[in-house]
Design a protein around this ligand. Structure first.
Ligand code: SAH
Ligand code: SF4
Length: 430
């Protein structure tokens, strides 16, 4: 989502006539789009700002700014005060207010008449980095308040984008360049269209579930070849959404964050489902789409997590037979419920140990799961070609590599897998 926001900021600045550069020392404007999910990401921002401030010597008019999640949750600007000079400090949703601010700083570089006066940040059309898939933000913010999470503070309350705008953005895309659509939202499957009258009359899900109905609409759009979404919340996954996973253009991969496999921890995290509910959900999904690949997110070492509770997570991981998972050591975030009410009492050493344990199990399981693809044919969107080899993700989100040349770039090809390794499926085009 942050990457997609950066693509919008780029378009916003290009509208003023600025050009993108890969050399920070040459730039007139340097903006950093920050992530706050874990403390480590925030720490890195200090280093960037420190180095960038040195460029001011040769460029006295340099504008340095911080946007994204950090200014979003730093309402009283306590963190801002720790930075050396920054000229702009705004949460991403304030992008539409930026023209005035920039104009005040440098009216020559930022004449107001050049800027588009839009009311929502997502109305700025992203300058997309072309890797053949287009991220489409359908929602911003979150109302779930999982106790560990800073997102509801940094991005604010959940707001859904009008259906009409979403579909128009997708329809306008150059379909030669963008074969895959990635729908983005913090609780993406809780999408509620503010303009449901824009669903097609023959949409089978419009009265039942707006997210399933949106998937159906995107599936209808000519030129779209693949549809992916992230991140759904298990509590909202209903039978309509499960059925929509079988629409022809849907990826054969679902990323569904579970965070923990222990009921007490889930409750303490304010995740509103149980271990049993989650396992049953996975069973139902596999019933309608037996060969779907599954991924998840897990936090280890949350406040008070016992060894037994961690074991329950390992046990759930194996029961659900995930293909991949992203593990995070719990990081206390200021202002969250966990920060105020619980003690971050699991030592860094134990967090690390648990992280390594689950990582090892995942890596073994990933290799085992990949064996399934031996001698099978997968459908690959080719995103890179170099030295006689091409690679790209299969519909299962497995990185696949095979002999081929640049003419295949941006095409969807069929590849027969003969050597499935842990992180790459090797095969040959058929
Ligand atoms: N909205 C998504 C995920 C948002 S944050 C969801 O509900 O699943 C992305 C991931 O970062 C989460 O899935 C979680 O695993 C991790 N994360 C969030 N807050 C964290 C924290 N305080 N410490 C460690 N990991 C965290
Ligand atoms: Fe954070 Fe929970 Fe919202 Fe995801 S659902 S963004 S983890 S509060």
């Amino acid at each position: 989502m942050n990457k997609n926001d950066s693509e919008r900021i780029a378009s916003f600045l290009v509208d003023f006539g600025l050009k993108q550069t890969t050399k920070p020392e040459k730039a007139d404007v340097l903006l950093i789009n920050t992530c706050s999910v874990r403390e480590h990401a925030e720490q890195r921002v200090f280093g960037f700002i420190h180095n960038w401030n040195k460029f001011r010597e040769n460029k006295p008019n340099l504008i340095i700014g911080i946007t994204g999640c950090l200014p979003g949750h730093d309402k009283d600007e306590k963190i801002r005060k720790k930075f050396e000079k920054v000229d702009l400090y705004f949460p991403i949703i304030d992008l539409p207010n930026l023209p005035e601010k920039l104009n005040k700083i440098n009216p020559e570089l930022f004449p107001l008449e050049k800027s588009k006066q839009l009311s929502e940040y997502w109305e700025y059309e992203p300058i997309r980095q072309n890797n053949f898939s287009a991220s489409i933000t359908i929602q911003n913010g979150c109302n779930n308040f999982c106790t560990y999470c800073i997102v509801p503070y940094s991005r604010g309350r959940e707001k859904n984008r009008p259906l009409k705008e979403i579909l128009e953005e997708i329809k306008k895309l150059d379909k030669e360049k963008f074969l895959q659509i990635d729908l983005l939202g913090q609780v993406v499957n809780n999408y509620q269209a503010p303009d449901p009258e824009n669903f097609s009359l023959n949409n089978p899900y419009q009265e039942k579930d707006h997210f399933a109905a949106l998937l159906w609409e995107v599936n209808q759009i000519e030129g779209v070849k693949r549809i992916f979404f992230t991140a759904p919340d298990p509590q909202y996954f209903n039978d309509w959404q499960i059925e929509a996973l079988t629409l022809p253009k849907m990826m054969n991969y679902l990323h569904i964050p579970v965070q923990s496999g222990d009921n007490k921890i889930l409750k303490k995290m304010n995740r509103k489902y149980t271990r049993e509910f989650f396992i049953e959900l996975i069973r139902k999904i596999r019933q309608v789409k037996p060969e779907i690949a599954l991924g998840t997110d897990i936090i280890v070492g949350f406040c008070g997590e016992t060894e037994e509770q961690f074991q329950n997570t390992l046990d759930l991981y194996q029961q659900c037979d995930f293909d991949i998972s992203y593990h995070a050591k719990y990081s206390n975030r200021p202002g969250t419920v966990a920060d105020k009410l619980f003690v971050d009492d699991i030592s860094e050493e134990i967090k690390k140990e648990r992280w390594q344990k689950i990582q090892k199990i995942m890596e073994e399981q990933t290799l085992k799961k990949n064996q399934f693809y031996k001698d099978k044919i997968v459908s690959v969107l080719v995103t890179e070609c170099q030295d006689g080899y091409c690679q790209g993700n299969s519909k299962e989100m497995k990185l696949t590599k095979f002999l081929g040349d640049k003419s295949l770039l941006g095409k969807i090809v069929q590849v027969k897998i003969n050597n499935p390794e842990r992180w790459i499926l090797f095969g040959e085009m058929v």
